[in-house]
Write a protein that binds this ligand. Structure first.
Ligand SMILES: [Mn+2]
Length: 251
């Protein structure tokens, strides 16, 4: 009888993803994500989703099939012993306690600070790092204000969907007229966050510019990992006791 070792692929590792932008309209990304869960994440120490898991989220009554399927997959992962953490992105900041409970995900504040195999690490979605985009930051402050959120949550679903569509169209139009640098992170803000959080590592998404960067903060060497989006490609950052690696592949 062959000895079957049931070592799980993700054992001893922690995975980070962001900007999956899941929607029923892009089944290839959803399929890749579920395969990633089976082939890479199963048995891992944890999975962190750093925002924009969904292309749009108008409330926990969001009725796309992908929302139901994702909740089931997350719940299975958590029940099998891999905790799943979720941080809001600019697309899915309306995701709330009801969906978190259904999917078994633990909601994280932005920024969050964790001890990652002995390395103090800050986690962010990344949109707050883009401080050169003053118009976006002003919009973000308005729409993420607790009073605005409370107001939005009371609106009928159809109206919330219409508002979300309008916001996305407005954002597309604004992006088309902005220089690319304005929509990237501000280097000074990155250093400020690394200093404030007292970490030597930062992992974030949002900019769709996957890379590993080095920053010097008060003479300390810090690293910043930017996660890929899942539009035409897919990927993740995986960390273990030896450090982190970035993987990006075509979808
Ligand atoms: Mn984003």
């Amino acid at each position: 009888m062959p000895v079957s070792l049931t070592a799980q692929p993700g054992a001893g590792r922690t995975f980070f993803v962001a900007d999956l932008h899941l929607t029923d309209e892009r089944p290839a990304a959803t399929g890749r994500f579920f395969r990633f869960l089976d082939e890479d994440v199963a048995g891992a120490d944890a999975l962190y989703i750093l925002g924009d898991l969904f292309e749009a989220w108008t409330g926990d009554d969001h009725d796309e099939q992908v929302a139901r399927d994702t909740a089931r997959r997350m719940k299975a992962l958590v029940d099998a012993g891999t905790p799943v953490y979720f941080m809001h992105g600019n697309r899915d900041f309306m995701l709330a306690a009801r969906y978190a409970a259904r999917s078994g995900m633990t909601l994280l504040a932005d920024p969050a600070r964790i001890d990652l195999y002995g390395v103090p690490t800050a986690l962010m979605h990344g949109d707050t790092l883009c401080t050169d985009d003053a118009a976006y930051q002003a919009f973000r402050r308005r729409v993420r204000h607790p009073l605005t959120l409370a107001f939005l949550r009371r609106l009928p679903q159809a109206l919330r969907r219409r508002l979300a569509r309008q916001a996305r169209a407005g954002s597309q139009a604004a992006k088309a007229s902005k220089a690319a640098e304005i929509m990237d992170v501000n280097a000074k803000e990155v250093v400020r966050v690394l200093r404030e959080q007292q970490v030597s590592r930062l992992i974030h998404g949002h900019t769709h510019r996957p890379a590993q960067h080095a920053h010097a903060v008060d003479g300390r060497d810090c690293e910043r990992w930017v996660l890929p989006d899942w539009y035409t490609r897919w990927g993740y950052v995986a960390c273990d006791a030896d450090g982190c690696t970035l993987r990006v592949d075509a979808l």
